[in-house]
Design a protein around this ligand. Structure first.
Ligand code: MG
Length: 233
């Protein structure tokens, strides 16, 4: 009887699909594996920091052999462009032989809208304190699994950032992050509760820069690109 009811429910489901005509979709050339797709905004391709600035002006981080490395004390590296909803690809490396403990061990991060941090840290083999580990939406959402590689090895973040929506100064819709680390899902639309390291207000602008954090560790980066996303309906 229960099976019959379930079957009836399935049969009553309306046929899916959009009500109106669907426009043709855009063609995007994905390029070879590891390269930016044709509709990406390339922010760092190994050559220069023309798409970046520091808080005081020109960026002071080192570019060598196609790799960008934090220059401790030179401050955060901020995008010159502002972004709303994006797909962000970025590769990062904790220095081999990193020293220090806890959050002093190879710390950097990606601060979306200069307010919401996806943590970068040496968390290889460390499953305690996941709220501040690599991949955490800092102190708000722990990565679903620890998929970290060893210091000295390149790691990959693919982030889908849906920016918070404000109506004037009032939050209308929380932002979310979906993150793959090294190809493995670590956040599935995790809700952004607010600024990740304080209770200070955030800016309501839909499009804002993001920055890479100078936390005093010589963390390296390469192959950084974004795709601007259409808002969800
Ligand atoms: Mg950090």
């Amino acid at each position: 009887m229960r099976g019959a009811i379930a079957l009836a429910a399935i049969l009553l489901l309306p046929e899916g699909g959009p009500a109106g005509p669907v426009p043709p979709n855009a063609a995007v050339d994905p390029g070879p594996p590891g390269s930016p797709p044709s509709d990406a905004v390339v922010l760092f391709d190994g050559k220069d920091l023309s798409r970046w600035r520091s808080r005081n002006g020109e960026p002071g981080w080192e570019v060598k052999d196609g790799v960008l490395t934090v220059a401790p004390g030179k401050g955060d590296l901020i995008t010159r462009d502002a972004f709303g909803d994006i797909q962000l690809h970025l590769e990062w490396r904790i220095p081999a032989g990193v020293t220090g403990e806890g959050e002093s061990r190879g710390n950097s991060g990606i601060k979306l809208h200069e307010a919401y941090e996806i943590q970068i840290l040496d968390s290889y083999g460390k499953t305690e304190k996941p709220l501040t580990a690599a991949g955490a939406l800092y102190k708000q959402a722990a990565p679903l699994v620890n998929v970290c590689r060893k210091p000295g090895e390149w790691q990959v973040f693919d982030i889908v950032f849906r920016a918070p929506r404000f109506d004037g100064g009032a939050l209308k819709k929380h932002g979310t992050v979906t993150v793959f680390q090294n190809g493995v899902l670590i956040h599935d639309r995790a809700t952004i509760q607010g600024r990740t390291n304080s209770t200070q207000p955030v800016k309501p602008d839909l499009e804002q820069p993001f920055f890479l954090q100078d936390h005093g560790s010589t963390v390296s980066f390469r192959n950084i690109w974004v795709r601007k996303l259409e808002p969800l309906l």
